[in-house]
Write a protein that binds this ligand. Structure first.
Ligand SMILES: [Zn+2]
Length: 443
């Protein structure tokens, strides 16, 4: 150690106490815009893992297990959103400043041409453009045109809860008339996959059909099972016995319409069975936990807090739960569920529903509470030919990066974290937190 080293050491030692006594301030300083400008390019360089998305072409029915009913779209999700022009310019070099039908034709033709040229690399190219290393494909079935090196499958597990006559279930409202028959279709596909011509005659065999489907999907590369049950019924699950579920199964497997109470009891048992199998098989459980599309989506019946009894149940301590869309608009409550060691929040959809100025506040509160439990996702979806999965990928990525840089800039300016810590949090949110869940199956 020479004299310079000693001087440096003394300086470091002297610097520590002042940093240690620094207090967080309730207002950000005037340095926020500069910190933001410094962070954003560093954040753009972080390769991302997209924890929730529906990649695929607009004419591909397997892109989801359900279909979107006509309903009111929030302002940013309408085709009048001027940001879509920016997306088209960034992704395709779109030469116009609006998406009028004649101009949008250019976009449709451009995409068709690139699709022909690039074939199965088309969607990998989109990931490359956005610096997404790997992403979830939450789809009914995987598509041949998605490169398995870049896209990992998350399948839908809801349909096991609707094996009986669903006439009354579908008649509840116009949305259910669309959703419920698709659950029946999904269940028949799983039965076909498992070589079943009809439902097993007894309950034990039904449960082993469910388990075999999970195992076979896992063999096909699935990394998680997804529930969109919030679209279909309340997410409050009771705790019935196996005997109760078995009795209902035996009474309705060959026909007849169960009472709503019987159907819910049966579903409550099956949901818990799937959650517990998810722990045994190391097959994490993804649950849609935010507001949904359609005019009949019931916010109070799908409140993320309805699931608290499941998430905090010690019987499911080995099941990893990912609360897809982070419970929005109950995001403030949702983050406290991430206190449970096996519960994570995914921010997809929220970053597209909200503008970055408001999404920044959601993210900031999450990062200030359990930063190691929050993950990035786009929820990209092929809405139509002009607003495809491609553009929603872009919108999700831009919104998340800018809101993240803004949230962290405020946290640095307010004395909550250092710049080095902030960049660690950015890596966690955009990549590391999600990847750590899947035990080497994703990167
Ligand atoms: Zn989704």
């Amino acid at each position: 150690m020479n004299r310079t080293h000693i001087v440096l050491l003394i300086l470091v030692v002297l610097a520590v106490p002042s940093a240690a006594v620094a207090q967080a301030r309730p207002f950000p300083g005037p340095d926020v815009p500069q910190i933001y400008q410094r962070l954003l390019p560093q954040i753009e360089k972080i390769p991302m893992f997209d924890h929730h998305a529906h990649p695929g072409y607009a004419d591909d029915a397997d892109v989801d297990a359900m279909a979107a009913p006509p309903g009111t779209a929030a302002l940013r999700e309408r085709d009048t959103n001027p940001e879509l022009v920016a997306a088209a310019k960034a992704l395709w070099g779109y030469p116009y400043n609006d998406l009028s039908p004649e101009h949008a034709k250019w976009l449709i033709e451009k995409k068709a041409e690139v699709k022909k040229q690039r074939g199965n690399q088309y969607f990998s190219d989109i990931l490359d453009k956005l610096n997404i290393e790997q992403g979830v494909a939450n789809r009914a079935m995987m598509a041949e045109y998605l490169d398995p090196k870049r896209f990992v499958w998350v399948f839908f597990a809801d349909s096991f809860m609707w094996p009986f006559n669903n006439e009354r279930e579908a008649a509840r409202n116009a949305d259910e008339q669309v959703y419920i028959p698709l659950q029946g279709k999904m269940l028949r596909r799983w039965m076909q996959q498992e070589g079943l011509g009809k439902l097993p005659g007894n309950f034990a065999d039904y449960l082993s059909f469910v388990t075999h489907t999970l195992e076979d999907n896992q063999k096909k590369g699935a990394i998680a099972q997804k529930f969109e049950v919030a679209y279909l019924r309340t997410t409050k699950f009771s705790d019935p016995s196996r005997a109760q579920a078995e009795d209902i199964y035996q009474r309705f497997v060959s026909g007849g319409i169960p009472s709503e109470r019987d159907y819910r009891t049966f579903q409550d048992y099956i949901f818990r069975y799937l959650v517990s199998e998810g722990g045994r098989l190391h097959l994490p459980v993804h649950i849609h936990s935010a507001v949904g599309i359609g005019d009949y989506f019931n916010l109070s019946e799908s409140n993320i807090l309805n699931l608290e009894n499941i998430l905090r149940d010690p019987r499911y301590a080995s099941t990893t739960f990912v609360m897809i869309h982070g419970g929005y608009p109950y995001d403030r409550q949702a983050i406290w569920l991430a206190a449970v060691k096996n519960v994570y929040l995914d921010s997809s959809e929220t970053e597209i529903l909200l503008y970055p100025s408001e999404f920044k506040n959601v993210l900031k509160q999450w990062l200030e509470t359990f930063p190691d439990k929050v993950t990035f996702g786009t929820d990209c979806f092929p809405y139509n030919d002009a607003l495809g999965a491609e553009e929603s990928y872009w919108l999700g990525v831009q919104s998340s990066r800018t809101a993240l840089a803004a949230a962290l800039a405020e946290m640095i300016s307010e004395g909550e974290v250092t710049e080095a810590q902030a960049l660690q949090l950015a890596h966690g949110y955009l990549h590391d937190n999600a990847v750590a869940i899947y035990q080497g199956k994703v990167h």
